[in-house]
Design a protein around this ligand. Structure first.
Ligand code: DGP
Length: 137
């Protein structure tokens, strides 16, 4: 585990993020290269590269937060479908080596944008994060 990976730095507050939820064990924030509007990431605070390394308690907390965030994203983006994805290892497409769950709103006929390619506008991400937070309350 490289403690200088980008999500570890977000957890330490060294890099800004558009947060939507935080508790003792988990953090959720907007993906800066969203594959659809509302694309949110959920991570454990525990240091682990992937699902194979994460202790059971931290994994349980992370999947519970993922479900909670998915409900809010669904409501905030009026999404009939929600994609939850989790990549392990570069061969699987993982590019940040701190385990994370992707929560992506899906609409009929609307293709996903490319994975980890185009940065979104920060004002737009701030507005989207606010929408998800409002749906969580
Ligand atoms: P993966 O390929 O599954 O490891 O996904 C990493 C995701 O993280 C990808 O969708 C883009 C996103 N991402 C990369 N750098 C940053 C960052 O600095 N901040 C945020 N919020 N997301 C990032």
């Amino acid at each position: 585990y490289d403690s200088n990976n980008i999500f570890a730095r977000i957890l330490r507050g060294e890099i800004p993020s558009h947060k939507v939820f935080e508790d003792e064990h988990t953090l959720a924030f907007m993906d800066v290269m969203p594959q659809a509007d509302g694309h949110t990431l959920v991570i454990p605070k525990a240091p682990a590269e992937n699902i194979l390394d994460l202790p059971p308690g931290a994994l349980a907390a992370t999947i519970l937060t993922t479900q909670r965030v998915a409900r809010a994203v669904k409501q905030a983006f009026d999404a009939p479908g929600i994609l939850i994805a989790q990549l392990n290892g570069s061969a699987a497409g993982q590019s940040v080596f701190h385990i994370h769950f992707h929560v992506v709103p899906r609409h009929e006929g609307l293709d996903l944008r490319f994975h980890a390619r185009d940065m979104a506008d920060h004002k737009v991400l701030a507005e989207h994060a606010a929408r998800v937070r409002a749906a969580l309350d």
